[in-house]
Ligand binder design. Sequence first.
Ligand code: C2E
Ligand code: MG
Ligand code: MG
Length: 332
Amino acid sequence: MADAVLEWMRKGIDTANQTLQIMPSIGIALYPQDGDSVDELLKHADAAMYEAKRGGRSAYCFFEAHMNEAGMRTLKIQSALHEALDRGYFSLHFQPKFRGDSGDVAGAEALIRPNHPELGALVPMDFIPVAERSGQIVQIGYWVLRETCRQIRNWEACGLPSTKVAINLSPRQMAQPDLIEKMLEIVHSENVDCSQIMFEITESVAMQDAARTTDMIREFQNSGFEISIDDFGTGYSSRAYLQRFRVKQLKIDRFFTNGLDAHGHEGSAIVQAIIALAHSLEMDVVAEGVETVSQLDKLKDLQCDEMQGFLLGKPLTADAFSELLHDRMTAA
Ligand code: C2E
Ligand code: MG
Ligand code: MG
């Protein structure tokens, strides 16, 4: 049956002017071996469905006992996230971004870190998707903004130069109808100027509903926030969409920065094309994941506006970031 469903879906569904392609993931639990109550069977079918998703779309999967462990782990992460939010067991790290021409600090990206006994060893890639699925990312996102504002004010109070901070937005956050309103409330109550906050939207998320994204970007910009398209190059947008989005910044995905070393002439040609595209639309370009001197040199040659990566600066605690700003200021 599952094969047949997948086969139908693969053929697509014809509507008036286009064919819709759906890529379902199917999880299967069997009675009685996988459970003897509706709840249990549904829970196990759900676990099998996530396993099918992990293996790529358009697939089905039968429940197996080890999937329960994955489910248990998810539940554990969810409850730890809940506790972390309640008790303030999160912190933010700030990764500096540098100007390509002068080498000055251009701003920072806020990256969340858990300080929780059970989450401690986890990286965002492990728990952000869990928080996204459970919806907890919405509250976490508000916390991130508030904490970022607090740090911006701290730096200012120490007499450090004003710093623009980029904050990542996830799809679930973007689906909140009152997102911008809430963000404005936080920024105002923390006494920070909207122009000091930039939100990063990944290209693939931006493209999921490009029309809606365009409206949201406009609304963010009208409120005074800046927008950046993150992980650019991985999400199949076109010049036409970029023109509509009209954002401040494009962040070239790490993959392409890495390609400057790994893919020779072709690697440079792609980055050059992205930079030319962005500049033709009056956007700044940031290269992510700069790890080697040769990448840095090539990016400078290609007139990349800003660089971010382990070579120039790892994500730092707020205090360490203050020191960086302080050292730069006194050196200048
Ligand atoms: P991202 O927005 O693309 O963030 C950049 C990631 O690349 C960070 O990982 C950063 O530590 C890492 N990175 C920076 N420079 C280098 C480099 O030179 N080499 C390599 N290999 N990696 C580098 P991190 O902190 O683990 O974050 C991963 C992702 O998790 C982020 O990707 C972002 O999508 C998400 N994330 C992090 N913090 C938040 C948050 O507060 N809210 C939301 N919604 N998502 C977040
Ligand atoms: Mg980012
Ligand atoms: Mg990125």
